[in-house]
Design a protein around this ligand. Structure first.
Ligand code: GDP
Ligand code: MG
Length: 297
């Protein structure tokens, strides 16, 4: 069970209870259109979940996402039952005026808080369904330059309501060197604009393996990802998920090629509990306090 760290280190009681009940975990993908959000959703679910309604002809593009849609499945992550939902959003940035592109997304996030609050206020609170967004994957175009104004604005609208996890989209279009430089650039822009992204917690009183894994994941943020729902063949004959180029093959599941594996590991293993906790204890709690104050309660 190498690399299986998160759950194993939860206090036993919490761990047992969570395992018995199963987890609900919801992630959302946000960003400009055409950056590979829907493809990555497919890749996360290993393609079986979100098939095109009619199989696409080779020349056809995936249809544009026009509404907020969610896709869910029960998965088993090393013996832990998990109901994973991913909320796919239409890309923004397509309009002459993009001033309000964040609005439907924020409304969606808040209506999930609303529904949770409503359930908490019921007499019978034993069956609360947690549909809140626990992680928001924010897709950044692999320009190599600084963050766009629109991205800065949208992230600032979102960062008090969700755990923001920045993603460098289509990392296969950059060289390794460019990826490293762009990551630094994105992180310094994020810091400069006071955008709060999810901070992977660091542990002190843990075993070396746990600390090493936490550091490894933290060092990859913003994750440089490649999505593909097409199996392809490598020159040495393996069938993998990836993208083919004249100069070679980029493999989604190869950690030397991109950070997809680390991203998935962070979401559904290492930091799932932390993401859920921060959503509940800080993001939701702040929203709830503000809401009740504004209602004069
Ligand atoms: P969305 O608008 O963000 O949902 O983007 P889509 O998932 O619909 O993808 C838009 C286009 O980009 C499609 O032609 C995809 O095949 C392509 N694409 C998706 N992911 C990647 C990637 O990681 N690298 C490259 N080069 N192309 C990608
Ligand atoms: Mg889409």
């Amino acid at each position: 069970l190498m690399g299986y760290v998160g759950f194993a280190n939860l206090p036993n009681q919490v761990h047992r209870k969570s395992v018995r009940k199963g987890f609900q975990f919801t992630a959302m993908v946000v960003g400009e259109s055409g950056l590979g959000k829907s493809t990555l959703v497919n890749t996360l679910f290993n393609t079986t979940l979100y098939p095109p309604k009619v199989p696409l002809a080779p020349s056809e593009e995936r249809p544009k996402t026009v509404a907020i849609e969610s896709i869910g499945a029960d998965i088993d992550e090393n013996g832990v039952r998990l109901h994973l939902t991913v909320v796919d959003t239409p890309g923004f940035g397509d309009f002459v005026n993009n001033d309000d592109s964040w609005r439907p997304i924020v409304e969606n996030i808040e209506s999930r808080f609303d529904s949770y609050l409503e359930q908490e206020n019921r007499v019978n609170r034993s069956k609360i369904v947690d549909n809140r967004i626990h992680a928001c994957l924010y897709f950044i175009q692999p320009t190599g330059h600084s963050l766009k104004q629109l991205d800065i604005e949208v992230m600032r609208r979102l960062h008090t309501k969700v755990n923001l996890i920045p993603i460098i989209a289509k990392a296969d279009t950059l060289t390794d060197e460019e990826v490293l430089q762009f990551k630094q650039r994105v992180l310094s822009d994020i810091a400069y604009h006071n955008i709060q992204i999810f901070q992977a917690p660091t542990y002190e009183n843990e075993d070396e393996e746990t600390i090493a894994e936490a550091e490894e994941i933290a060092s990859k943020i913003p994750f440089a990802v490649v999505g593909s729902d097409q199996p392809i063949q490598t020159p040495d004959g393996r069938i993998v998920r990836g993208r083919v180029y004249p100069w070679g093959v980029v493999e989604v599941d190869n950690e030397d090629h991109c950070d997809f594996v680390k991203l998935r590991q962070m979401l559904v293993r290492t930091y799932m509990e932390e993401l859920r906790e921060y959503t509940n204890d800080v993001l939701y709690e702040n929203w709830r306090t503000e809401k009740l104050l504004s209602m004069g309660v």
